[in-house]
Design a protein around this ligand. Structure first.
Ligand SMILES: [Zn+2]
Ligand SMILES: [Zn+2]
Length: 332
């Protein structure tokens, strides 16, 4: 089968033929219907995450179950879509058993498509416990990108940020995650202000119902210390400083973006105002089920474009150059 594989030291994925995977007793084989591409892929290709072995990339997967292991029960109908919980938790550690499976740190846990074979291929082997049924009416490409580009902001904003009815939220950055993030905050009943450098993104956010949008260059016109929650989808020094300027005393900064290796915290201000800085990582299996319901109800409309999977290197370059408008899913 076709696979696009990371090779240590190479800046592009190698497009190769590899054997189709066979399931272990507790695995299923998904015929991939769509695989989302993500900035994390670029971090790997730039050598920022030092993987020593080759693997098939792609951690945002959706497909149909075409084969199952001898100990997997349940029926999988042709045409039914399943999405993959990318953190691939072990299922038996205390994090997993208490619903915090995004934090699973068991040695058996491996991230799908990040260090272990992922979804830029025709077929993917994955533990049956780590797939989530996708409700009817959701396309494979939307289901695929939702596994990260919706799940990550959902976990951050709802679970870690406690955003709810009437929360005043400032969203900094309207890329793939930010554009879904503002819709999630609105669905939870928040009053949302969004800033971005691109006016086209601001218009899109407005069309989703974001109450106030403004260009990042005008951010100083906002009232200081006025937001319950500031979501930094960018994670640069400058955006993290903005977050500190605009979060209320006792409020929360959600740090999601990996734009900079380090961000500065102004200790005197943070201590005086008891600012909560909450980092957030991906999301849980249960949250994946919740967000597919929200997508099925039309409360979140993930923006996604599609392209043939064999063009993966081209689209990784486009993503790097900032020319991917929303989120891109590859179709085998
Ligand atoms: Zn990702
Ligand atoms: Zn675990």
């Amino acid at each position: 089968m076709f696979a696009a594989r990371y090779v240590p030291g190479k800046k592009e994925l190698s497009l190769v033929e590899v054997p189709k995977p066979t399931p272990g007793p507790l695995d299923v084989i998904l015929k991939i219907r769509a695989a989302g591409i993500c900035h994390s892929d670029l971090h790997v290709l730039h050598g920022e995450v030092p993987y020593k072995e080759s693997f098939t990339m792609g951690h945002e997967a959706c497909g149909e179950v075409v084969e199952k292991g001898s100990e997997v029960f349940g029926t999988f109908n042709p045409g039914d879509l399943y999405a993959v919980h990318g953190p691939n938790p072990c299922g038996h550690c205390n994090y997993c058993r208490t619903g915090h499976d995004n934090l699973c740190n068991d040695p058996s846990r491996t991230f799908i498509g990040l260090g272990q074979d992922g979804a830029y291929a025709e077929y993917l082997k994955v533990p049956a416990r780590n797939i989530v049924k996708v409700p009817k009416g959701i396309s494979p490409e939307v289901a695929a990108v939702a596994t990260d580009a919706v799940l990550t902001p959902y976990h951050a904003i709802k679970t870690k940020g406690g955003v709810g009815l009437g929360s005043k939220v400032l969203a900094i950055g309207l890329g793939g995650l930010g554009m879904n993030g503002v819709q999630i905050a609105l669905a939870l009943g928040a009053e949302v202000t969004a800033v971005d450098l691109k006016d086209a993104n601001l218009e899109t956010a407005k069309s989703f119902g974001v109450q106030k949008v403004l260009n990042s260059k005008q951010i100083s016109s906002l009232t200081p210390l006025s937001f319950d929650v500031v979501v930094d989808f960018v994670g640069l020094e400058s955006t993290f400083k903005d977050a500190q300027n605009f979060v209320k005393p006792g409020g929360t900064i959600l740090l999601i973006g990996l734009g900079s290796a380090q961000v500065p915290l102004t200790t005197a201000t943070a201590i005086t105002f008891e600012t909560k800085v909450q980092a957030s990582f991906w999301g849980t299996h249960v949250e994946m089920q919740e967000l597919y319901e929200l997508i099925a109800e039309g409360k979140i409309k993930p923006q996604v474009e599609t392209a043939p999977m064999k063009e993966v290197n081209h689209w990784l370059h486009e993503l790097e150059a900032g020319r991917v408008k929303s989120r891109m899913a590859l179709i085998p």
